[in-house]
Design a protein. Structure first.
Length: 315
């Protein structure tokens, strides 16, 4: 390069350099930053960084960068303790969208506690027969139905498969919650295989699935371990789906935020379960050990995370 080239290039580039030095770019925080890892649950995979959430990355067409992506909870697509606050933060109009499409929630026992809590929040689950369907009626939902027999996971998945088959395109979201008697060491493999087949069938109908981690029991060392294994299996098997992590929500003490554990596994907190001081609305008071129904006040709080999960899946 000769001596005349450098000054010439500097003169040519001066306007562009001046513009670059005087342009201010302000990037706001991600919407989900405040809720990141608020539940204290372990991160099962990687970190909570969401691809595409870097607001400084230009758009593919060379235009302005895309808006930040809501990072959500620590486990992408999994909504537990932290999702309670996420629901509270939604404008009422967004919450009411849960009533604007048909969803079905099949369950037993603890699911009834959740329905009671939802009704207390202004979101009543319309009753549906598990042997029936939702079709062209005026009611949009959400709908709730008792399914199968406790201790028999395949009876519950069969009920959901049949319900979705009969409902067809009238249904947008389906959620099946196993009970604590359905997922024990002797039934874990059966619960996984029959549940997997159900999900395949439901998705083939174009219906979105909200997975629900099975509830814990209180004061039975070892009984919650297979329930936690089922939780991890859901997270590993369905990473792109919405999962309501009931286990996470009910095993964090709302009075201080400590994780309730016993024998190396999480368990439902004593302050969350049904007791004489705060019984389940329809299940009564739990025995000192072996059960895991929800105190009515806690059901009102915890079900917000479930409603948020339905809201996310129904978008």
């Amino acid at each position: 390069m000769n001596k005349l080239t450098i000054p010439f290039l500097l003169v040519a580039l001066a306007p562009a350099l001046a513009l670059a030095c005087t342009t201010d770019i302000t990037v706001g925080p991600l919407d989900g930053d405040a809720a990141t890892a608020a539940d204290g649950a372990p991160l099962p995979t990687g970190t909570n960084t969401v691809p595409g959430s870097d607001a400084s990355t230009p758009g593919e067409d060379g235009g302005p960068p895309p808006p930040p992506v809501d990072a959500g909870p620590a486990t992408p697509g999994t909504y537990g303790f932290a999702s309670i606050a996420l629901w509270d933060a939604l404008p009422q109009g967004e919450k009411d969208k849960v009533k604007s499409f048909r969803s079905i929630f099949m369950h037993q026992s603890v699911g009834g506690d959740m329905e009671d809590g939802a009704e207390a929040n202004g979101f009543k689950f319309e009753y549906a027969e598990s042997s029936g369907s939702v079709g062209g009626g005026s009611k949009q939902g959400p709908f709730g139905a008792l399914a199968g027999s406790n201790g028999n996971p395949s009876s519950k998945t069969s009920a959901m498969t049949g319900f979705v088959d009969r409902s067809g395109t009238a249904l947008r979201v389906a959620a099946l919650k196993f009970g604590y008697a359905d997922v024990v060491t002797s039934t874990l493999s059966q619960a996984q295989s029959t549940y997997s087949a159900m999900v395949t069938s439901v998705k083939a109908k174009g219906v979105r699935v909200v997975h629900v981690t099975p509830p814990f029991v209180y004061n039975v060392p070892g009984d919650n371990a297979p329930k936690m294994r089922f939780r991890q299996w859901l997270i590993d098997t369905y990473p792109g789906d919405v999962i309501f992590d009931l286990q996470d929500a009910e095993s964090i003490d709302p009075n201080g935020g400590a994780r309730c554990e016993r024998g190396g596994s999480w368990e439902i907190c004593n302050s969350v379960r049904s007791t004489s001081g705060c019984p389940s609305r329809n299940q009564g008071v739990d025995s000192p050990s072996g059960q895991g129904h929800l105190c009515f006040t806690q059901a009102q709080r915890i079900v917000k995370g479930f409603l948020y999960s339905i809201y996310q899946a129904g978008k």
